[in-house]
Design a protein around this ligand. Structure first.
Ligand SMILES: Cc1ncc(C[n+]2csc(CCOP(=O)(O)OP(=O)(O)O)c2C)c(N)n1
Ligand SMILES: [Mg+2]
Length: 538
């Protein structure tokens, strides 16, 4: 228990620090000055950016990478509304994001003050908690409760605003943060799941981000290894089992539908990424970190909710008499190896134009096992999802199920701050780059070296090709050809180059990694290449 005396900003920041916040992402506004004043005195790192969307994606990215609450501090009115897409993104992915907003002063409320907007109802549908701390005494308890709510499974974003006259005024609080305790799953439900897994001949684990957020990745590995169950991973679940582990599979998900007899989905919803839970004839088990997260839109053979590590350990404990899974693992491995062998030709490149796969062919051999790889874009990033393997959890940042373009620079800033010595690679479609590239300025000002690679096909490829397929033509899908995104970064004080020939790819990437500065490799890719996908709008 710590007693804090000062202004509202001091109390707000002390509460958030107690909950694990170590840095803030922000764009200045007078309504939140006391929070900056507190940060200066409490020695909390301030990363000031060029758009509140970037600030909030950076905070979301920080929470994804560190599993601590990520903090965005945004000014009243437009500062808050500019953060809404990133908050929604965190809501869809279940990320413990805290947004602290300024708010027009109470004393003038209703008289038409600057930026006088009641943010709370706007944020309510996309947060776990949205409220105003109306008095100085409220600030500490409200923010402690908000941070705790964000961290309580199923995790998610919270929003608190503080009126300007309150945050500038003296405030006191006793600060003591109680981290949420793990929720014990129902033992009967867990036993039923363990029995099903123990009795399966061709089971699989399909694993998502809540395994990472719930710190259950070791338990997952123990369960997979003890029972010899193949593991498929998505989102923040990637890398929970390293891509080169004999139990990790990425190319043969299609076989589950045809041949698996039991699919255990752990820590991810049965949403469009998993064909809404359609695994053909296989029985489906859903393990979620909270009771509300268990799917209700399809029949389940069993389910359990609560602390995922506890559930997985119980499954691991049921080894006993089982059918050997080795023929099933061999079958999957053979198909996986064959699929990967087919990729090799694409990855090797060749031909006159640069196809996106060739970029990944060149990149893969240059990535360390703990590289943080971020994708923001359409087709270019779909290829990344396929061709970039993850070897550690917490090293892959995709937009998640909200699919919002524009995460890129925010996530890259977060990654460099959270992992000062790892490689950080940001993969951008040329369309996606337009949302946030101005924040290369933030990388420069804060000395945050990141390798940015633009797959520059001169258009919104993921929309252009499907529109052509449907209508026979496309509109609103072209961008200027050969735009020099590298020159944008150079103009902002970073470095970069444009790659036109396949043979230049590798050397350009080497220069980018060696540069030690924000460096953008602008790769002119084949505009006619489209990612082979079966469904566009899922
Ligand atoms: C904020 C937002 N606006 C629009 C979309 C729709 N959208 C999805 S992918 C895509 C095209 C992305 O183009 P680019 O980044 O150049 O990647 P490419 O497909 O060309 O590789 C668009 C417009 C979206 N997902 N998010
Ligand atoms: Mg494009």
């Amino acid at each position: 228990m710590e007693t804090i005396e000062g202004h509202g900003g001091d109390v707000a920041l002390a509460a958030l620090r107690a909950a694990g916040v170590e840095e803030m992402f922000t764009l200045s506004g007078g309504h939140v000055f006391p929070v900056y004043d507190a940060a200066v005195r409490q020695k909390v790192r301030i990363v000031d950016v060029r758009h509140e969307q970037t600030a909030t994606f950076a905070a979301e990215g920080t929470a994804k990478l560190t599993r601590r609450p990520g903090l965005a501090v945004v000014t009243a009115g437009p500062g808050v509304t500019n953060s809404v897409s990133a908050v929604t993104s965190a809501y869809f992915t279940g990320v413990p994001l805290v947004v602290l907003g300024g708010r027009a002063p109470t004393v003038n409320w209703g008289r038409g003050g600057l930026q006088e907007l009641d943010h709370v109802p706007i944020l309510a549908p996309v947060t776990k908690l949205s409220r105003t701390a109306t008095t100085g005494d409220d600030i500490g308890p409200v923010l402690l409760d908000a941070a705790r709510t964000a961290l309580t499974p199923h995790r998610g974003p919270v929003f608190v605003d503080v009126p300007m006259d309150t945050i500038f005024s003296p405030a006191t609080a006793s600060i003591e943060f109680a981290a949420p305790a793990p929720v014990a799953p129902d033992p009967d439900a867990v036993a039923a799941v363990a029995t099903l897994v123990a009795g399966a001949s061709r089971p699989a684990f399909v694993v998502g981000g809540d395994v990472w957020f719930g710190r259950a990745e070791q338990a997952l590995r123990r369960a997979a290894e003890a029972l010899r169950v193949p593991v498929f991973m998505n989102g923040m679940g990637r890398g929970c089992v390293p891509a080169d582990d004999p139990l990790a599979f990425a190319r043969v998900r299609g076989l589950l539908k045809k041949e698996a007899d039991l699919v255990v989905v752990v820590g991810t919803p049965l949403d469009f990424r998993l064909a809404f839970g359609d695994f053909g004839a296989a029985q489906v088990v859903h393990l979620a970190d909270s009771a509300e997260g268990v799917a209700t839109h399809r029949p389940l053979a069993a389910s359990a909710s609560g602390d995922l590590a506890t559930i997985l350990d119980a499954i691991a404990g049921r080894t006993g008499d089982r059918v050997s899974h080795e023929p099933w693992l061999d079958r999957l491995r053979e198909a996986e190896d064959a699929a990967r062998a087919r990729d090799d030709e694409l990855l090797a490149g060749g031909g006159a134009t640069i196809r996106p796969a060739a970029v990944y062919g060149a990149l893969r051999s240059r990535l360390d096992r703990d590289a943080v790889v971020i994708g923001d874009g359409g087709d270019f990033v779909s290829y990344a999802g396929k061709f970039v393997d993850s070897y550690r959890p917490g090293c892959w940042l995709d937009p998640g199920p909200y699919g919002c373009l524009g995460t890129g620079l925010g996530y890259a800033i977060a990654a460099r701050v959270a992992r000062p010595s790892a490689q950080v690679v940001l993969l951008l479609g040329d369309g996606a780059a337009g949302f946030s590239l101005m924040d290369a300025d933030t990388l420069v000002r804060h000395e945050l070296p990141v390798v940015m690679i633009v797959g520059n096909n001169g258009g919104w490829g993921l929309e252009k090709h499907p529109m052509r397929a449907i209508y026979g033509y496309d509109v609103a899908a072209e961008l200027a050809a050969e735009t020099r995104y590298d020159e944008v970064v150079r103009a902002l004080g970073g470095a970069g180059e444009t790659v036109r020939e396949p043979g230049e790819l590798g050397p350009a990437l080497d220069r980018a990694f060696a540069s030690g500065v924000p460096y953008l490799v602008n790769v002119l890719t084949d505009p006619d290449d489209s990612y082979p996908r079966s469904s566009v709008l899922a």
